[in-house]
Structures are given as structure tokens and as C-alpha cells.
Design a protein around this ligand. Structure first.
Ligand code: BGC
Length: 268
């Protein structure tokens, strides 16, 4: 198989499980050297399992602990990656979480925590990545000086009752992504988002763990299947590769049609 990301260095945040792990595995298969980021010491074992899978597939990866909401930890992760591998070519800004609550019961801590990881974390990582892309410029490995893929959600456009903090964070990711794509396109830096629909991961386990829940969820997915992390990982490889060289500042929805207003299929 042609390795479209051969020799490129990728930091993938929140890569010890779920969509981040799926992206790490697919980018490594495409030839990237992958930094598998995880947030807390307890995550090390899971991150190491992802690293082992990558190495077993013939790829190269290390695990790295960093809480993306902490400025000093983020600058440290980028500095250490540059020290170890020479540069960073790709950032998958993936780390994200949910702390759901009905709006009138949502605590300020729940609000702040989700915004800190999902939006501020993407800001801090994107800022460090772009500084490195600008320092290095275009090298022989890609037409771009660097690529950033922001993990958004269908909830950057679909309102989601009971998840105001999460939906606000993803709406924020959308306009941050577009704004910095506009700012840095002249410098040959490409920044795009992926908006996953319902992908089977620990974050939405309750939505598909029983037949009854699964049937309810499938009503929202015209394609009638829950997504897999590989669906997102493969899209991330495409957005990171020169195959998408003219794609900039856009959101790629990978959602089995969830954003197609499935309620209108036989109504309206
Ligand atoms: C959320 C999942 C949810 C999906 C579709 C994602 O962004 O994290 O919990 O299943 O959107 O609603």
C-alpha cells in the first residue's frame, strides 16, 4: 500500500481510546510517526496498547501524557516532539469529552471543564502546531507546511438539548477552525474539521449498548449503522494527505447522513 504520510510526524490528542485511537492507527498505517497523547497518568496503559498495536502493524509511535487544557503541558508536548522527531507535520486536535446535564442544572464546573478541553485545548494545540509549521515552512514531505484536523461533531450544527456545553464547544471549534484556516492559508497551512456522527466509542456507549437504545439511535442515521472509529481515521488520513491539498477551512461530515434531517424522510 502506498504510504501517503510517509515520514511525517503527527500529534494526535486524546488518542488512548475512541476516535483518537482510530486516527492514530490509520495515520500510522499511512506512514506517519504518531505521538499518542493521553491526559492523565491513569491513561498510560491504554495509550501504550495503542502504541503496541501500531508497532505490531509495522508503524512507529510513542505515548505522551499531556492535559491539552494546560498551556505549559501543551508547549512541553510540542517542544519534546520537535526535540525527539525534528518537527511536527500533522496535528489531529481530537481530545474531547462530555459532561451532560439539563441546562438549569448544569454547574459552572461542568461548563468550564468541557470548554477547557474541547475548545481551549484545540486552541492551545493549534497555536503551538502553527508556530512550528511557520518556523519550518514547506519541506519535501508534503505540499503544505502543516495540516491540522480539528475533531468537531455533527453538533457543530445540530442543537443538542442537555448538552449545551458540548454543543457550544463544537460550534466554537467550527469558527476557530475557519478563522485560522483563513489566517494561515497564505502560509501553505491547511486546517479542516471532521464532524463525526454517532461513532461507537466509550463517549456514547449508553446510546448503543442495548437493542432498544440502538434502535432509537438508528432512527437518526439514514445509513442505518453506527459508525466505527476507522470511518473517521480514514477521513483523517485523507485530510492530512496531499490528496486533499485544495481542501481548506471546511468541515467534512462523516455521519452516515445524520445531518440530512432524517425526521423528514416520511414527513413534512
Ligand atoms: C457525541 C456522541 C453522539 C454523537 C451523535 C458526538 O459528537 O460525542 O455522544 O452520539 O455526537 O449525536
Amino acid at each position: 500500500m502506498e504510504q501517503k504520510l510517509k515520514g511525517q510526524i503527527a500529534i494526535i490528542t486524546g488518542a488512548s481510546s475512541g476516535i483518537g485511537a482510530g486516527c492514530a492507527i490509520e495515520l500510522a498505517k499511512a506512514g506517519a510517526t504518531v505521538v499518542v497523547n493521553y491526559p492523565i497518568p491513569q491513561g498510560k496503559e491504554m495509550a501504550e496498547r495503542v502504541v503496541e498495536e501500531i508497532i505490531a502493524n509495522g508503524g512507529t509511535a510513542i505515548s505522551y501524557k499531556c492535559d491539552v487544557s494546560k498551556e505549559d503541558e501543551v508547549t512541553g508536548m510540542f517542544a519534546d516532539t520537535v526535540k525527539e522527531f525534528g518537527t511536527v507535520d500533522i496535528l489531529v486536535n481530537n481530545a474531547g469529552l462530555q459532561k451532560d446535564a439539563p441546562f438549569t442544572e448544569m454547574t459552572l464546573d461542568q461548563w468550564n471543564y468541557v470548554l477547557a478541553v474541547n475548545l481551549t485545548g484545540q486552541f492551545l494545540c493549534a497555536r503551538e502546531a502553527i508556530k512550528e509549521f511557520l518556523r519550518r515552512g514547506v519541506n519535501g514531505k508534503s505540499k503544505s507546511a502543516g495540516k491540522i484536523i480539528c475533531m468537531s461533531s455533527v453538533h457543530e450544527v445540530i442543537p443538542w438539548a442537555g448538552h449545551a456545553n458540548y454543543a457550544a464547544s463544537k460550534g466554537g471549534v467550527m469558527l476557530m477552525m475557519k478563522t485560522i484556516a483563513q489566517e494561515f492559508a497564505p502560509k501553505m497551512i491547511r486546517i479542516n474539521s471532521i464532524a463525526p456522527g454517532a461513532i461507537a466509542t466509550p463517549i456514547n456507549h449508553d446510546a448503543w449498548d442495548t437493542q432498544a437504545h440502538l434502535q432509537e439511535l438508528l432512527k437518526l442515521i439514514p445509513q442505518k449503522r453506527v459508525g466505527q472509529v476507522g470511518d473517521i481515521g480514514k477521513a483523517a488520513v485523507w485530510l492530512a494527505s496531499d490528496d486533499s491539498d485544495y481542501v481548506n477551512g471546511t468541515t467534512l461530515f462523516v455521519d452516515g447522513g445524520m445531518t440530512l434531517y432524517p425526521g423528514f424522510e416520511d414527513n413534512g
